[in-house]
Design a protein around this ligand. Structure first.
Ligand SMILES: Nc1ncnc2c1ncn2[C@@H]1O[C@H](COP(=O)(O)OP(=O)(O)OP(=O)(O)O)[C@@H](O)[C@H]1O
Ligand SMILES: [Mg+2]
Length: 397
């Protein structure tokens, strides 16, 4: 919005030689203006005569006699703020604040194409700013609604698409399984090997589709937690069991360091997925001969810290943020052609945040990585023993 919107247009102008008494009379007829512009013969502003300056000089009988017949140039401000009609409101505000505080009371002169246009006031300036803000808020509101609709459309698309993809994929996996078990007749070793490829690739695709669907659901706030009392130690042991074949194949030492027996209130399936994603990364990005350790401990504030530490390739600091975003993969992962699509950490972060917690990585190239998922203190339950005692007590009472 430009300064034009701040102008009072119907105010008369005066000349520098006009008598103060005459200008005073004129001003009494125009209550709305804080000042008149003083123009030269070429209609160019040479000063501003403010209402209060004129009143001050003419209000007293003695000074009235002194100034009544004197030219108004004696009382005018010779260096008023003059702005272009096209100046922005922000620019005008800036000039008032920096060079012309007098304009707050007296107003300022607005010119256009070298011609006087009118007197601007700070009150009108404020009004325009408010309108500006209102317009911007309305525009933002529209943009937000559009974005929300687009997000909704994306989620619906993903949900439908996933369904369409999952149905035939499950059939592919089912038939591959049927063939592999020999139900449809004997298969050669080579055929069995191809069937295993079909199964593992199909499973990877299915996992990816499910992850994408979860991510989009979580982003649109439609992924709900099914909360129960969960023992983190059990989950860590389950992850260890599930990853055992891979760990063995990769010649990695897998250890645990459980420093608490406290339980947490959490969505068990999602917490398992969080730990599984972090541990899978640790195993995947650790060359043979290395080690992966999972742990649980209580923080000083009572929050539950679940961590996975590895001695693998590590992540450079400039990649720590991008690897957490959807499809963000590190240079090392791509250079070594390590399988993956970059969804795991993004989904893991969303799942941890859904629990009110936060996920962070500590890492350096070749130094290994520690991934930490912190659940807030209000999710931590009493220790197992206390918990059982309490249950027994309440059962007895
Ligand atoms: N423990 C780790 N050590 C080294 N780099 C890691 C580790 N965990 C994650 N990264 C880096 O972060 C990137 C993103 O991880 P993320 O789990 O999101 O994706 P991914 O494992 O590549 O694929 P996906 O999990 O979808 O199968 C990885 O590609 C890798 O570059
Ligand atoms: Mg991963």
């Amino acid at each position: 919005m430009s300064a034009k919107s701040t102008i009072i247009r119907d105010l008369p102008t005066v000349t520098a030689e006009m008598r103060c008494g005459a200008v005073f009379e004129l001003m009494r007829q125009y209550e709305s203006g804080p000042a008149f512009a003083v123009l030269d013969s070429a209609d160019w502003p040479v000063g501003l005569i403010a209402r209060h300056a004129l009143l001050q000089a003419l209000a007293h009988p003695v000074t009235y006699a002194l100034y009544e017949n004197r030219p108004v140039r004696l009382l005018m401000n010779r260096d008023p703020l003059v702005i272009e009609a096209e100046d922005t409101i922000d620019r005008v505000s800036e000039r008032i604040a920096n060079d012309h505080p007098d304009a707050v009371d007296d107003g300022f002169i607005v010119v256009e194409d070298g011609r006087y246009l009118g007197i601007g006031t700070v009150l009108a300036l404020l009004n325009s700013s408010v309108q500006n803000a209102r317009t911007q808020i309305a525009e933002l509101e529209v943009a937000r609604t559009v974005a929300e609709h687009a997000n909704q459309a994306k989620s619906t698309f993903l949900a439908n698409m996933s369904h369409e993809l999952r149905t035939p994929l499950n059939a592919v996996l089912g038939f591959a399984d049927l063939l592999a078990t020999g139900t449809a007749g004997p298969v050669s070793d080579r055929q069995a090997e191809y069937l295993r490829d079909i199964q593992s690739s199909g499973q990877r695709l299915l996992d990816l589709i499910n992850d994408l669907l979860d991510l989009s659901r979580a982003e649109s706030g439609r992924l709900d937690l099914v909360e129960t009392r969960v023992d983190p130690t059990c989950l860590i042991e389950e992850v260890q069991r599930m990853l055992a074949p891979r760990v063995l194949g990769a010649d990695i030492v897998f250890a645990t360091e459980i420093a608490t027996d406290a339980w947490v209130t959490a969505d068990e399936r999602k917490l398992l997925q969080i730990l599984m994603n972090l541990a899978t990364n640790a195993v995947k990005f650790t060359p043979s001969g290395g080690s992966v350790t999972m742990g649980a401990e209580l923080q000083d504030d009572g929050g539950m810290l679940l961590w996975v530490r590895d001695t693998g390739v590590g992540i450079p600091s400039e990649e720590l943020e991008t690897v957490m975003t959807p499809f963000g993969r590190g240079r090392e992962a791509m250079a070594r052609q390590i399988e993956g699509s970059g969804i795991g950490l993004a989904l893991t972060r969303v799942l941890v945040e859904l629990h009110g917690g936060h996920l962070f990585l500590e890492s350096a190239p070749k130094q290994g990585t520690t991934a930490c998922a912190v659940l807030p203190a209000e999710r931590t339950l009493q220790t197992k023993n206390e918990d059982q005692e309490q249950q027994q007590l309440s059962a007895g009472g």
